[in-house]
Design a protein around this ligand. Structure first.
Ligand code: SF4
Length: 436
């Protein structure tokens, strides 16, 4: 999500004629788009700010300095207080204030350097930024989150959920199609709770939006649509049915489970049970046989027992995820879980995480091996870094494929998966899909 937002800021700069400096040392404007999800990310930004503070002092002694803007979640969380810590900071632009970025640029273009943002700044969705030849784009459909998972800072730094209008989303899809985009990902903290109220047209929920997207993409060269992130408590049967009914939706779903123990899920304030999650998996697989599922797993939450961890391993055995993002809990100041008793020691967290990772690696390999020999459609994403005669593509199930050939990037092709090297398939018999 942050990279999509950074791309939108770059687009705003380019549209006004700003160009990239050779390095940070010679720039007129330094813009740090920050993330506040992990404490370590914030610490890195603090380190960068200290460097820019020193650089500004040095440059001011010989010439005019530069403008320093801190944007994103960390700016939202710490606000104008950042300027007190680092007086080199000229603007603090939180996520809700991004719409005033053009106002800041206009001030700078007129020779101004420093200021405060209008207090009335409202969040607004920005259009996707596309590089020449880019064939995939993120399409933001909502912003913020209402869920307040007890370990997560996002609702505090991104605010309440706000859904983008269907008309604006369709307009963007049309434009992306005109510019040759072949695949899009609908983006939001919790896309399943998308809900847009329009006085005349009534309410559009996520399944209705998916229907509109399916119809709109039919008129464009866009062949694949993904969406993330999905919250298990909000992924509804109608959404699953719409997804199953339209082949434009990739047969891959990232459905964050986080844990397999009901006690831990409740402490995390996830608002579903392992039983509900498993039911959902059955429903998805029944509607779309062969779909790949991926997830996030968080171990070492305060109070997690050995039995809780066993429940997670058991859930993994039952579901068999294609892949997972696995991490251990780190307390985040400002979240509800920060003060929970029963913190787990670092060694225990690491040991538990290692077990989860080992099991996931086994499942990934088992699932991928079963797919060797099948014929698949891939979207060619680029040239292999290891071998210039080889292309890298991705299946709709989010599997990587290396195949000899020199077809244009951004086109769909059919391949036969012949073997597996790590988690990447080797393939042969590359042929373009009809119409590509
Ligand atoms: S759903 Fe939970 S984990 Fe995801 S952004 Fe919202 S609060 Fe954070």
């Amino acid at each position: 999500m942050n990279s999509a937002e950074s791309a939108a800021l770059v687009l705003a700069l380019r549209e006004r004629g700003w160009t990239a400096a050779e390095n940070g040392e010679s720039a007129d404007l330094v813009l740090l788009n920050t993330c506040a999800v992990r404490q370590t990310a914030e610490q890195r930004v603090m380190g960068r700010l200290a460097q820019y503070q020193a650089l500004k002092k040095k440059r001011r002694s010989v010439e005019q300095g530069f403008t320093l803007i801190v944007a994103g979640c960390m700016a939202e969380r710490l606000g104008e207080g950042l300027k007190e810590t680092f007086d080199a900071v000229d603007y603090v632009m939180g996520t809700a204030a991004r719409s005033v970025f053009p106002v800041i640029l206009e001030t700078l273009e007129k020779g101004g350097t420093k200021g405060s943002l209008p207090l009335t700044a409202q969040f607004s969705f920005s259009a996707s930024h596309l590089e020449e030849g880019q064939f995939h784009s993120f399409v933001p459909i909502m912003h913020g989150c209402n869920n307040y998972c007890s370990y997560c800072i996002v609702p505090y730094v991104r605010g309440r959920e706000l859904s983008r209008s269907p008309a604006s989303i369709m307009e963007e899809i049309r434009l992306l199609g005109e510019r040759g985009v072949r695949a899009i990902t609908l983006l939001g903290q919790n896309v399943n709770s998308y809900r847009f109220e329009d006085g005349e047209r009534g309410m559009t929920d996520f399944p209705a939006l998916l229907e509109l997207v399916a119809r709109e993409t039919e008129k464009t060269p866009i062949r694949w649509v993904r969406f993330l992130s999905s919250h298990p408590k909000d992924l509804s049967s109608p959404a699953i049915r719409v997804m199953a009914a339209h082949r434009v939706f990739c047969r891959h779903l990232h459905l964050c489970v986080q844990h397999g123990s009901n006690a831990v899920l409740a402490a995390m304030n996830r608002r579903y049970t392992r039983e509900r999650y498993l039911e959902l998996v059955d429903e998805i697989r029944e509607a779309m046989p062969g779909i790949s599922l991926s997830t996030d797993i968080l171990v070492g939450f305060p109070g997690e027992t050995e039995a809780d961890l066993e429940r997670t391993l058991d859930l993994m055995e039952r579901v068999k995820f294609h892949y997972a993002y696995m991490y251990h809990y780190n307390p985040r100041e400002g979240t509800a879980a920060y003060d929970l008793p029963g913190r787990i020691g670092e060694d225990v967290k690491r040991e538990r995480l290692a077990r989860v990772i080992a099991l996931q690696k086994k499942h990934t390999q088992e699932l991928l091996k079963q797919r060797v020999g099948s014929r698949e459609t891939i979207l060619i994403e680029g040239i292999s870094r290891k071998n210039a005669d080889e292309l890298i593509g991705r299946t709709e199930r989010d599997e990587m494929v290396a195949v000899p050939g020199c077809l244009a990037i951004g086109r769909f092709a059919q391949v036969s998966l012949s073997s597996l090297c790590g988690n990447t398939f080797r393939a042969k018999e590359l042929t373009l899909c009809p119409g590509d």
